[in-house]
Structures are given as C-alpha cells and as structure tokens.
Design a protein around this ligand. Sequence first.
Ligand code: MN
Length: 729
Amino acid sequence: MVEAVNTSSAAGLNASDSTRFLISNLCSLLETYLEPQDIRDVYRAYLFGAQAHHGQTRLSGEPYIYHPLAVARTMAEMRLDAKSIIAAILHDVIEDTPTAKEQLASEFGEEVAELVDGVSKLTHLTFESKAEAQAENFRKMMLAIVQDIRVIIVKLADRLHNMRTLSVMRPDKRRRIARETLDIYAPIAQRLGMNGMRHELEALGFQALYPMRYRILENSVRKSRGNRKELMNKIETTICGRLEEAGIESRIYGREKNLYSIYKKMRQKKLSFAEVFDVFATRIVVSGVDTCYRVLGVIHNLYKPVPGRFKDYIAIPKINGYQSLHTVLFGPHGIPIEAQIRTDEMDRVAESGIAAHWQYKTGDNNRDKAQAHARRWLRDVLEIQKRAGNSLEFLESIKADLFPDEVYVFTPAGEIMELPHGATAIDFAYAVHSDVGNTCVAVKIDRRLAPLSSELESGQAVEVISVPSGRPNPAWLNFVVTAKARSNIRHFLKHLQREEAVTLGQRLLDKALTAHETTLEDLGKRPIKRLLKELALADMDSLLESIGMGDRMPQLVARRLASPDKAAGQRNKARPTKGGAKVPLSIKGTEGMVVSLAKCCNPIPGDNIVGIMSSGRGLVVHRESCRNVSGRKSTPDQWVDVQWSEQAADEFSAGIRVQTANQRGVLATLAAKVADLNSNIENVSFEERDGSTTTITFVLSVKDRKHLARIMRVVRAIPEVFKVMRIRG
Ligand code: MN
C-alpha cells in the first residue's frame, strides 16, 4: 500500500520559523487544552530554562532558549501533557548547563527530572556505523534505554527542530545529521506510529542529503498535480455527493505522496516517476467504525474495486497501532484511486501514533500518570487483537519495541551487539569471539572494572580484558545465558579434563611400571605400539586418558607392557613385586577435574587417605576411615596408594557435627569463634533432637588436620556445647 500524507505537511518547510515563537505563543497554544495551574508550571520552567541557558546562543546567533521553546511547541501541537512540555523546555539543561538532575527534581518533581535525564542519556549515544543492520540495532537500543516513551517523543521533537534549522550547519555536518535522521529517527517515528513526525523528518532529511533529487522530484510532482487538478476535483465531488445521498457525514482529503516515499519506491522497485505517482489518493474521515464500512460499500458501488487490494486494518491493525480501511478503485479513464477510510480517532492516532496516548483530554478528571495511559493503551490494543482473533504479531512487536527481550551494548569499536535479556559480561565475551570468551579475565563496563557476572544493560560500552593464560571457570556456567557461551565453556572444560586425565594417567602408569622395575623409556616404542594396536587406540594420549579417567587399570596396562607374552593367560603369576608399587601418588588437592576429594568424608591434609579409580570420574580421594571405602575392599584393583603432597592447597572442606544446648545466640557465638580462627562456614544445617538440644552440622574451610583440631578444641570449650565430632561420611 502506498504511503501518503496531507499536502500541507509534505514539504515541512513552512514559514513558521521565520517569525520567532515566543513563550506567550506557547502559553496561548497550551490554553486550548491545559489547566491554568499547568500553564503556570510551564511558565516557571521557561524562566528556569532561560536563566540556565543565559548567554548561550545557537549557531544561527539567536538566544538558545528559542530552541527548547520550539521543541515544546511541537509537543504542544501533539497536545502532550504538561510534564512532557516542561521536559521539552528543559531538555538540554542537564546536558548543556551546570544544572543537576536533583535540582530539577526539587524544582519540578521527579517525573520531569527523569524525563530530562532520559533525553540526556540518548544525547550521549552516538551512531557512527553505516551498515543497515547496525542502524536497526541502534534504533532498538534507543528504545531499550528509555524507561518512559515520552523521552523518545521529546528527542524526536528536538531532532525535528534541529532539522528545520539545519541550513546554518556546515555542509558535511548537515549531511551527517540528515543521514542519521533518515536512518534512525524517521524509522523510530514510524515504528511508534507518529506519521506526521516521520514524514516531516523524511522530507527534511531527503532534502538535506540529496538537494538535487529533491528539487527534481518536487518539480515533477508540481507539474503532474497541475495536469490533473480538474480530474481530482471531479472525483472528490462525485464521492462527496454519493456519501451525502447516503446520509453520511464525512471529510474528504485529496492526498499526495511524500517525496521521500516516492523516491524510495522508485529506487527499490525500479519504477519511473509516472508509475509511482500516477495514482489518485483520497482519505475519507467519518465519525464511527460502522460508518467506515458503509462508506466502503458506497464507493465500491460507485467505482469498481481492484481485486486483491482491499485491506481491513480496522479489524487487524498494523503493528504500530494504525487503523484504517484501504481499498483501490478503478476511477474514470482507468485511473487507479487509493482510498483510506477511518474515524477521527483513527486519523488522530495515525498522525501522532503513540504520542496520542499522552494527549491531555479535557473532562478527564481522573488523570492517570502517563505510564498508566500507556498500559491502558496496550490493553486496548490487546482487546482489538482479541476481537480480531488473530496473530500476536502486534503485541510481539510492541513488546520488542518498548519492553525488549534483548539488550544492546557497544563493543569498543562502536559496533552494537544484540544479546538476550539477562546476558552477562561473559556472554558478551563469547559473542565477540570464542577465543575472547575462553581467555577473558576481567571486564570494563562504561570504562569501569566490573564483575564478569555483571548483567548488561542497553547502551553500555563493554570491553573485555583477556590474557593468553586465561581459561574458563566452571562457575561461569551458573550465570551465562547464551547457548554460545555455555557450549564453549563446556567444550573447553572437556578439553581441559582430557589434558588433565592424560597427565594423571601418565603418573599412574609410571608408578605401576616401577613395580616391574622398568619405565616407558626403557621399554622403547615397540611394546607400546603393539599394545595400542591390541586395544584399538589411536595414540598414547588416548591410552593415558583412559587410565586417568579410571576406565583402565594402570597395573594391567603396566603388566602388558612390561611382560607382553605372559600377560594374556597368566595374570596371577605376573603380580607386581610389592616394593615398587608402594611409592604413593602425591595429591595436592588442586589437580582439578580428574582428581577429586570425596564429598562423603571430606579428606584434608593430615588424614590417612586412599584413592579409588572410578570409571569416567578419574581418581576420587577418600579418608581411609570412610564407610564408602570399606565397602570396596573386594575391588583392590581400583585402589591407588596416595599421600598428601608437601605443597598441598591451603583450603579444604571438612564437616563437623556439634551438639549444643537449645539456647538463643549459640550459633552466633560459634560463628564468631570459627571466624576468629581464620575459617569460613561454607554450609550449615540444624536438627533439633528434643526441646533442650540442637545438633548443628557445619562444613568449614580449613587448611589441614591441625587447623581443624584447633577449631574443634575452641568450639568444645564453649559452655553451651556438649559434644563436637568430625563427620566420617
Ligand atoms: Mn536540543
């Protein structure tokens, strides 16, 4: 369907700016719809703004305050509420004067301060990229940043005035601003259904960016219009007459296409001017919805409709809330006539879109806050959708526009990255590149260091700091939200696990070989090759990995390597000699993914320990006294002699059980004592035995057995404590 507007606003270059628009003019405009008290507030805002901008001038040389006044005028012409008008007058004071947000809040209230602050935030966003996809992201980002859609309306009105006064700018700057207007601001106006705004922004942007093309098209339109004036009048009169006969009151406008729309259509569809322009368009505005359908009947009776061109946007509104009936007719001499039929209300919404929902309505005593209006509007729209019984498309898009599921952030290069809502700095790092994610160690958000788990917000600039030695942390899996980050972290950890398994496997095999008084080096390559072939393994690393993961016994592998001929049938005879096998494997507790400390008994340095190889999990270290170990006496092949390394890590978990009197404050005393001894409580649970005793189970972080013993001694000394014991698992 062809986009069209009233002739009056098509060019947008009216004389209104040649005479200065004064505060008195604004006030008389506001008197037509606001209360006297509101107008007094607006006047106060004017005095405040004029004072704040005192001494500043625009490029044109006129005092700065005329700019915000002009912005307020546009808002007033859309009949916006008093708060929006005040915000428009003050829209540059935070940005361009020393005025603080708090000052605005105390003078004009929190709402106005928030609006002005929102406009200032948008002013800080600069858009450099030329790519169309990036422009789309930038538009989404702007909408995602604002909490209150009136901020966008002020920003659009601001841009409109800047475009109207663009001629004072340097040509290069003029082109840049015009480009930005066409790429960013006009489409936002369109998305919010503000067609009046959109068409003027497009006309001004087109004229500034392509002055020659604009002039040529403008002349062509003027010529064609002259040629067809008589015919157009005739068609209008005919329609008018028929509607009067049917007893329908209506207003009829001849419409002309916006120059930029014509230009875009000619370019995109490779059409000639005549092909695009040679259409007569009319709009019929009536009072009720039912009447719209009656008008449709009347004009379809008058001129034959072109099949397949009828659209009922009343029953199924466009995604920006636009409602109207559209049809195309075969007019006299075969000239196609495009007709739009709608109610006054629909016409108003079609012109100012979302802005219509903040418009002040006289006689509306219970004036809700603006946001409540918006919510009501969304509800209305939902109603329409329900009645039409069709798709969620409209809702989806409104939601995407105003309450987006995505956040939009800047990369250091100024590109915009789209991420799902809730995405963290780690998700961002992986979105940039998986290598960046795998090696990231820190992040700066808006130039400040922030935790890697920080949730990102639209408009932030995010910079990832990565170092070659950085590696993913399994804990990241607890907060990342994107599939890319998740799968990359998992993949990396798996790879890491393989590396660690190979190292552990090597240690286990070396140890097992000492029982045969030999080493891999002494054996040479031949027996290894033969064994790999027998086991159908690709390489030595695969063999070591399977040992490290607990899938293959190191003793058996060692035996087959050391005495391959005997290995097959005479296992028992080839039992390793005792001496060599007794050199235990030393454990630091930091081996990572293939050596783990059993959760059942929480071994700590100083405990007697034993390792059990378990398939797929590698080596699990238990205390010798652990019940789970004694149950496995029958499978000694899985046992590995282990001992604590001299360089054991310095934090281990240990569980203790404390029986205390059931008395207030005992836990606090306990916690304080534990903290005094440089330990942390990692976990705590209660179990009340009877009215007088409570059993508390702690998991503490301790350095070793001595450290734990010291803690238990101190805890035992607390008068309310009856009994302290370590948990055995
Ligand atoms: Mn401004």
